[in-house]
Design a protein around this ligand. Structure first.
Ligand SMILES: Cc1cc2nc3c(=O)[nH]c(=O)nc-3n(C[C@H](O)[C@H](O)[C@H](O)COP(=O)(O)OP(=O)(O)OC[C@H]3O[C@@H](n4cnc5c(N)ncnc54)[C@H](O)[C@@H]3O)c2cc1C
Length: 381
C-alpha cells in the first residue's frame, strides 16, 4: 500500500520477514497438532509487537499510526497462520485494551505491562453457552461481598482460555437490569474457583486455544472491577469489541492473500490439456474475481483503521470492514481451493487450511449478520 507512511511500510517489512522466516515454516505443524505456540508467542512479545497499539508510557512501543500498524500485524500474521494471529490479536487488543482504558495503576503493573512483554497471556470472555449474539443476556453473576465480588457462572469459546494468566470477564452485577447491569472484571486464573472446563476441538483456527471456563465462588477484589460496580461494563466491552472488528477483518485479509498467492502460483505451474491451467479463461476469471475481493477488503479495512488512528467514529466502518473482508475472503479461499482441483482437498497443500480458517472472521467478534444489524441501526433502520 504505497500511500501508507514510510514508518508504517518499514513496520510491515520487518514483520513480513518474521512471518516468512519464523511462522510459515511452523504453521502446518501447529495446525495439525492444534498447538498454541508459547515459543512464537513469547518471541513476538520480546520483539515488542503486543505493544503496537499503546504509548511508551503504558509499556507499548508508541507508534504514530497504532491502529494501522495493529491491522498490519493481524494481516501479516494471518498470512502465515490465522490461528496464531487470532491469539496475538486477542493479546494486544481486547484482552489488554480494557486494562489500558479503565484499569488502575496496580492492574497495569500486574497484567498490562507483563502482557505487552509477552510474559503473561490475556483473554476476554463475554460469550456464554446461552448468550452469544445476544451477549447482554449473559448469566455469569458478580455478587458484592466485603472487599470485592464473588463470581459464579461459565463462559464458552474463550480464545487463549486454557493458557491465560488473566481474563477480562463480563458479568452481571444486577440481572434485572440487562445490559445496564454488566461490569468488567479482571480475573487472575490462579484464583481459587477458576476452572477450565475443556479445551474445545474445532476445524478452524486450530492452533488458537479455545476454551470452556467456569467460575465457582471466585473472589475478585474491588480494585479488579473496571468500573464503579453500578454497571457500565456493556458500553466498555462494546467499545473494545468495535475496534477489534477491524483486526478481525485484517485476519481475513491475511489468509485471503495467502490463498490467492498460492492459487496464482499453482495456476502457472499446473498443466492440463498441454498448457498451464492459468491459460484457461475460467481459471483466470476466478483469480481476477479473487483479486477484486481482496482489493476491496484491503482498501476498506485500512480505511477503517485510518479513521481509528484519526480518532473518528468507526462503528459503521468497523462492522462493514468485517463484512467485506470476512465474507469476501471466505469466497477467495473457496475459489482458491477449486483452482487446486483434487489437490485442494489434500492436507499436504495449505489451501484447505486457509479455507477452514476463513470461517472464523465471519463468526469471531460477532457474526456477519450481527454486523449487518449494527450497520442497519447506524443507517436509521
Ligand atoms: C473460534 C472462536 C473464538 C471465539 N473467541 C471468543 C472470545 O475470545 N471471547 C468471547 O467472548 N467469545 C468468543 N467467541 C464467540 C463468538 O463471538 C460467538 O460465537 C459469536 O458472537 C456468535 O455467537 P453464537 O456462537 O452463540 O451464535 P448465535 O448467537 O447462537 O447465532 C447463531 C446464528 O443466528 C444468527 N443470529 C443470532 N441473532 C441474530 C439476529 N438478531 N439477527 C440475525 N441473525 C441472528 C447468527 O448470525 C448465527 O448465524 C469465539 C467464537 C469462535 C468460533
Amino acid at each position: 500500500m504505497n500511500h501508507l507512511h514510510p514508518d508504517v511500510l518499514e513496520f510491515r517489512g520487518h514483520l513480513a520477514r518474521w512471518v516468512d522466516e519464523r511462522l510459515i515454516p511452523q504453521a502446518e505443524k501447529l495446525d495439525e497438532h492444534h498447538e498454541f505456540s508459547f515459543e512464537l508467542f513469547r518471541e513476538l512479545g520480546e520483539l515488542g509487537y503486543f505493544g503496537v497499539m499503546y504509548p511508551e508510557s503504558a509499556g507499548g512501543i508508541g507508534l504514530s499510526h497504532p491502529y494501522t500498524c495493529y491491522t498490519i500485524l493481524c494481516e501479516e500474521l494471518a498470512r502465515g497462520s490465522m490461528g496464531f494471529a487470532a491469539a496475538v490479536c486477542m493479546q494486544g487488543s481486547t484482552a489488554t485494551h480494557t486494562i489500558h482504558e479503565w484499569g488502575n495503576d496496580v492492574l497495569k503493573e500486574t497484567y498490562l505491562r507483563p502482557a505487552l512483554r509477552g510474559e503473561k497471556i490475556g483473554a476476554f470472555a463475554i460469550t456464554e453457552p446461552n448468550a452469544g449474539s445476544d451477549a447482554a443476556s449473559l448469566r455469569t453473576r458478580a455478587t458484592k461481598v466485603d472487599g470485592g465480588y464473588r463470581i459464579n457462572g461459565s463462559k464458552i469459546f474463550t480464545s487463549n482460555g486454557t493458557v491465560a494468566d488473566f481474563i477480562t470477564l463480563v458479568a452481571t452485577v444486577d440481572p434485572g437490569k440487562g445490559a445496564k447491569g454488566l461490569e468488567l472484571f479482571i480475573v487472575d486464573t490462579k484464583s481459587p474457583g477458576f476452572r477450565i472446563g475443556r479445551k474445545l476441538d474445532k476445524f478452524s483456527v486450530r492452533c488458537s486455544d479455545t476454551a470452556e471456563l467456569s467460575f465457582d465462588d471466585l473472589f475478585v477484589p474491588d480494585d479488579h472491577c473496571l468500573g464503579d460496580g453500578q454497571g457500565g461494563g456493556f458500553r466498555k466491552a462494546y467499545q473494545s469489541l468495535t475496534v477489534d472488528r477491524i483486526f478481525t477483518a485484517a485476519l481475513a485479509l491475511g489468509t485471503g492473500r495467502a490463498a490467492y498467492d498460492a492459487a496464482l502460483r499453482y495456476a502457472g505451474e499446473r498443466s492440463q490439456f498441454g498448457q498451464a491451467i492459468g491459460k484457461f479463461q475460467a481459471v483466470q476469471f476466478k483469480l481476477v474475481d479473487m483479486l477484486a475481493k481482496l482489493e476491496q477488503a484491503r482498501l476498506y479495512t485500512y480505511h477503517a483503521s485510518a479513521l481509528a488512528d484519526n480518532g473518528q467514529p468507526i462503528t459503521t466502518e468497523a462492522a462493514l470492514a468485517k463484512i467485506i473482508a470476512g465474507d469476501g475472503c471466505n469466497d477467495v479461499c473457496q475459489k482458491a481451493l477449486s483452482i487446486f482441483g483434487g489437490y485442494g482437498l489434500m492436507n499436504e497443500f495449505p489451501v484447505q487450511r486457509f479455507l477452514r480458517d476463513s470461517y472464523f472472521p465471519m463468526v469471531g467478534g460477532g457474526t456477519s449478520d450481527i454486523m449487518r444489524t449494527i450497520v442497519a441501526r447506524q443507517i436509521g433502520l
